[in-house]
Design a binder for this molecule. Structure first.
Ligand code: GTR
Length: 327
């Protein structure tokens, strides 16, 4: 009996030694948050990035993505990243509007002519400049991810023109630019976090909300607001943020590995995104959602006050005109 126990102990010790040799002494896990479910393109893209980081550091660094709001709401994860308690978070760039103002620019209504225009801008030095603008506030912007176009959806009646929006209570993201946009339409904005929207629509606390097809589908909003009107009023992109506090402690080599891996996850994400947009649209249509083609020009025509109020500094004006000039 004693011999058997000793043999087992020796075996266990050698397994430990072997794995210690194959595995670096101080493997570190970078935690990343996302409110979306496990199969959402943003979550899959950060997992892909994690695989690249793990390979390139021989397992010394790895990324664990906590999906499905396991680490709280977007605003909570942003706070944790700022404090350095969390390494990364993927959020909508609208969640950063009130923290670093230049991030408002890509959310301006009807700024981008197409997905190609958006990609060209985000992949250029303009995109880079906006990503870097959050460093002073404690965030290293690693990459932009797709989020398609946001459109409005309603509980009770379809939106065909801007007149149909007047007086509606519309849920918006927690950003003063989003509030201003809805007010410019003559509606009332109710800012709240994503996790509360389903119940707010269901109980009639709000009449409408706005989002892209994948979020409309995965958050089940289509079950409680079946008229999806293709207003496509903004193309607010997703942003991947790293904690500046943690970043400053990393070696130059590790920063490069993380930046490169984030960048390389972008084309992967874009492919998943366009597949998911189609899939989500088909799914909600099958479930009875009605897709409406509204008079988009009537929405665009009332957006000037939003530009007047938010494009005020020279830096913002310069960014907007450079974006408009991108062919
Ligand atoms: C989604 C976005 C989320 C969240 C959500 C919202 O499109 O991916 O990060 O911001 O919109 O409306 O709150």
């Amino acid at each position: 009996m004693l011999r058997f126990t000793l043999q087992r102990a020796t075996l266990a010790a050698s397994v430990l030694l072997l794995s210690a040799a194959a595995w670096p002494a101080h493997a570190e896990t970078l935690r990343s948050a996302d409110i979306h479910p496990d199969d959402y393109p943003t979550v899959l893209a950060v997992r892909h990035m994690g695989e690249l980081v793990k390979q390139r550091t021989n397992g010394r660094l790895e990324i664990k993505v906590y999906a499905g709001s396991k680490l709280g709401r977007e605003e909570d994860s942003i706070e944790q990243v700022k404090l350095g308690a969390l390494s990364m978070t993927r959020v909508s760039s609208a969640a950063m509007h009130n923290i670093c103002e230049v991030t408002r620019v890509p959310s301006l209504p009807f700024l981008f002519r197409s997905k190609e225009h958006l990609h060209k801008v985000l992949d250029s030095d303009i995109g880079e400049q906006i990503l870097r603008s959050c460093e002073e506030a404690g965030f290293v912007g690693l990459a932009w991810y797709d989020s398609g176009a946001r459109s409005m959806y309603t509980r009770d009646k379809p939106i065909k023109t801007v007149a149909d929006v007047r007086g509606l209570k519309i849920r918006v993201q927690q950003s003063d630019l989003s509030v201003a946009m809805v007010e410019a339409l003559g509606a009332n904005a109710t800012p709240m976090s994503m996790g509360e929207v389903y119940t707010a629509l269901k109980t009639g606390l709000v009449d409408a909300a706005e989002n892209n097809f994948p979020s409309y589908e995965s958050a089940h909003h289509y079950e409680v607001a079946k008229y999806y009107s293709m207003t496509q009023h903004t193309m607010t992109p997703e942003i991947l943020l790293f904690s500046k506090r943690q970043w400053d402690k990393l070696s130059e080599a590790d920063r490069k590995i993380i930046r490169d891996a984030a960048r390389e996850s972008v084309p992967y994400m874009r492919k998943l995104w366009s597949e998911r947009e189609d899939k989500s649209r088909a799914l909600v249509e099958q479930a009875g959602a009605q897709i409406v083609e509204p008079d988009k020009a009537s929405f665009q025509a009332v957006m000037k006050p939003v530009y007047d109020r938010y494009v005020t500094t020279d830096a913002m004006k310069d960014l907007v005109s450079r974006i408009q000039a991108v062919k």
